[in-house]
Design a protein around this ligand. Structure first.
Ligand code: PLP
Length: 395
């Protein structure tokens, strides 16, 4: 059959995370859900804020249904974009206009649209390992080439020498993700400043703009009173890709946005390209009900106390058992070294203890697995004996 080979390839093979999640479902049916310690998926486990639930009910009860469920402007309702801009203006040293916000179906759409807006065939896009596996799919969909920059393995911050060596005349963009999936690492202000300096000087050297795409679905999920530096304050040609999937625990509702920095070169051209890319991909008019919800809830965040507690229990116990873990400051993932074993083999061994953890090879690093600790505290506590038994196989 003469169909698109790339699409066929992507659709025929499940991601390693989905594969493990499906295995988990089967295994839970066989031996009981409480016996399987499933850390495969980044599905939030805390409720959306009370106000989100109340706003939703009130919208359904009081709003004219035709207006509630009807099409909005392609780039989103002005009232929603105004609420988003107002929320961002609290982070920003300058004003962002609602006319530079584009509402999307979550961070995946924000990234796909942003990449499509700036990449021409053969342009290179740098991603920093470990990176969200779908970046490769999104960049290649925009006909760009993926270039992987390896991290400083002690801190999992950017290795600037490696980055500098990876930027070429074809570099069009770099994507950062802080707090990071899968390491939980938060980039410091120093990291963002240094990255910005390099991108500015390299843009000048190669004679065209290098865009900084900041993928921020975990922006508010930080644990030590830390603040995630807001990239637009440091680098002019930046595009923020956001989602309420994690910050409001609404991953199934598909709502997020793109914000274009008003300081970007030729900013109105860039925003128009975002609108055009959204149009060409069919990502117009993000879900209307949830746009209206965001108009009232753009400033809220879920209570992250439970995630912090899970992180602390896991990190303290796993390191005591001999695991080497990257200390996560944000998101809800823990990156664990596999005692020198291949990550796929280690993940298989973990399965024998009914622990489901994701091998990180597809995230661009070898010898690590990811634990998504956005699960109940009971799952964390009950899994500890299994983690201890697994470690004993190696030490
Ligand atoms: N970017 C990162 C780093 C993620 O972890 C995820 C989802 O887990 C996404 C993007 C996609 O987010 P969304 O579900 O809002 O499309």
């Amino acid at each position: 059959m003469d169909i698109n080979e790339r699409a066929l390839g992507l659709g025929s093979k499940r991601s390693v995370i989905r594969e493990l999640f499906e295995y988990g479902k089967k295994r839970k049916a066989e031996i009981g859900a409480d016996k399987v310690f499933d850390f495969s998926l980044g599905n939030p486990s805390v409720n959306p804020p009370e106000k989100v639930q109340e706003t939703l009910k009130s919208l359904l009860l009081t709003y004219d249904p035709m207006a509630l469920h009807g099409y909005t402007s392609a780039q989103g309702d002005l009232s929603t974009r105004t609420a988003v801009a107002n929320a961002l203006n609290k982070l920003c040293d300058f004003e962002i206009s609602p006319n530079l916000i584009y509402m999307t179906c979550g961070a995946a759409a924000s990234l796909t649209v942003s990449l499509k807006a700036i990449i021409n065939k053969g342009d290179e896009c740098v991603v920093f390992a470990p990176f969200f596996t779908e970046y490769r799919v999104f960049i290649e969909n925009a006909e760009g080439e993926v270039v992987v920059s390896n991290p400083d393995e002690k801190t999992f911050q950017i290795d600037f020498d490696d980055l500098t060596s990876k930027i070429t005349e074809k570099t069009k963009a770099v994507i950062i993700n802080s707090p990071n999936n899968p390491s939980g690492v938060v980039y410091t202000v120093e990291t963002i400043k240094k990255l910005s300096d390099i991108l500015r000087s390299k843009s000048e050297q190669i004679g065209h703009t290098i865009f900084l795409i900041s993928d921020e679905p975990y922006r508010e999920l930080v644990y030590n009173g830390q603040k995630v530096p807001f990239v637009m304050n440091y680098y002019d040609n930046s595009i923020v890709c956001y989602s309420y999937s994690k910050s409001l625990s609404l991953p199934g509702e598909r709502i997020g946005y793109i914000a274009v920095s008003p300081k970007s070169n030729e900013v109105s051209k860039l925003y128009n390209a975002v609108c055009g890319a959204g149009r060409s991909l069919g990502f117009v008019c993000a879900p209307s009900l949830f746009q209206k919800l965001i108009a009232d809830c753009a400033d809220l965040t879920v209570d992250i106390t439970a995630y912090k507690e899970n992180r602390d229990i896991l990190y303290e116990n796993l390191t005591a058992y001999g695991y080497k873990c990257v200390k996560p400051d944000g998101a809800f993932y823990l990156l664990v070294n596999c005692f020198g074993l291949d990550a796929i083999e280690f993940s298989e061994k973990a399965k024998q203890h009914e622990i489901l953890v994701v091998p990180c090879d597809d995230f661009g690093i070898k010898g690590y697995v990811r634990i998504a600790y956005c699960v109940s505290k009971d799952t964390i506590v009950n899994s500890l004996h299994a983690f201890r038994a697994l470690a004993k196989e190696f030490i």
